[in-house]
Design a protein around this ligand. Structure first.
Ligand code: NAP
Length: 267
């Protein structure tokens, strides 16, 4: 029996076990996926030691440990080096290797939306972990990237290769793709949107990384303006599949798994 899991804090709500158990079921993998709810960062070192002792093959990492766990990792993938955060670790020959499969989830989502980002203007709302993964994915696809923040001064120091702008400056900008990488609009605060309809009107494609609710107010605006839009569920499923591909050294069918999970979650 192969052993995998998810590390985070206050994550009893997580959808990840459903996702990974579905992959195990569809591909006949004898494995289990356990949720590890760790109350404090000071417990990380002994947690990692225990994983090694128990021969865990891989874990996903979620808030708030995506960066703090890097202290205990031996090898960083190029995406992790660039983004500064991991959501997927593999235990290989006694060493911990960190990946960022959120990045792959975004690339897969761009493919699903049929985006051609080369030399196109893309704008990311927010500057957290999801925004940083978005920036790396967009730059790797050849886009010209702007990031919108509530605090331009502190953000400018931390982000390279992108334009950093305020929400006020965003009103003057149009572009190809607009991504919401803030938590604004997540359930239960479903009556909020990070920007108004007039901003959305200025972009061709709209992507919200939020997946609960299925259609945020931000996406409702996109729909009312006739835009092509997507929520974060394909990204979520894709990062999970990519993690399983890394751990099991096997390729899986993204569409098949996504369709099964979509029916379970949004029935
Ligand atoms: P985070 O680290 O908390 O960062 C969110 C960023 O949003 C902050 O850095 C902040 O940027 C901005 N922000 C926060 N509250 C705001 C507010 N009230 N108004 C305007 N801006 C605000 O969060 P994260 O981990 O990056 O996640 C962001 C979103 O992406 C969440 O909804 C999460 O569920 C989603 N996500 C989805 C997937 C997926 O697979 N679909 C994966 C990861 C994350 P400034 O302070 O610079 O303005």
């Amino acid at each position: 029996m192969k052993k995998f899991g998810l590390l985070g804090k206050n994550i009893s709500y997580t959808f990840s076990p459903i996702l990974h158990n579905k992959i195990f079921e569809l591909y006949n993998i004898k494995a289990n996926y356990k949720v590890y709810d760790l109350k404090h960062e000071s417990m990380l070192e002994s947690f990692v030691e225990n994983l090694k002792k128990n021969k865990i093959l891989g874990i996903n990492i979620t808030t708030p440990y995506k960066t703090s766990i890097l202290k205990f990792v031996d090898i960083l993938s190029p995406e992790v080096q660039s983004i500064g955060a991991t959501n997927c670790i593999k235990f290989e020959d006694g060493k911990l290797v960190a990946y960022n499969t959120d990045y792959f989830g975004l690339i897969k989502t761009f493919e699903k939306m049929n985006l051609n980002l080369k030399n196109k203007k893309a704008v990311v709302l927010g500057t957290g972990g999801a925004a940083k993964a978005s920036i790396k994915a967009l730059l790797d696809c050849g886009a010209i990237v702007s990031v919108v923040t509530r605090n331009k001064i502190s953000t400018k120091k931390n982000l390279k290769d992108v334009f950093v702008i305020s929400y006020e400056e965003l009103t003057e900008i149009s572009g190809y793709l607009l991504i919401n990488a803030t938590p604004v609009g997540t359930s239960p605060n479903i009556n909020l949107s990070p920007v108004n309809k007039e901003i959305i009107q200025n972009f061709d494609f709209i992507l919200d990384l939020i997946y609960n609710p299925q259609e945020t107010l931000f996406l409702k605006y996109a729909k009312s303006k006739g835009k092509i839009y997507n929520n974060g569920f394909y990204m979520l499923v894709s990062q999970g599949i990519k993690s399983e591909e890394i751990w099991n050294k096997e390729d899986f069918n993204y569409e098949k798994i996504y369709n099964e999970l979509n029916q379970i979650v949004y029935k």
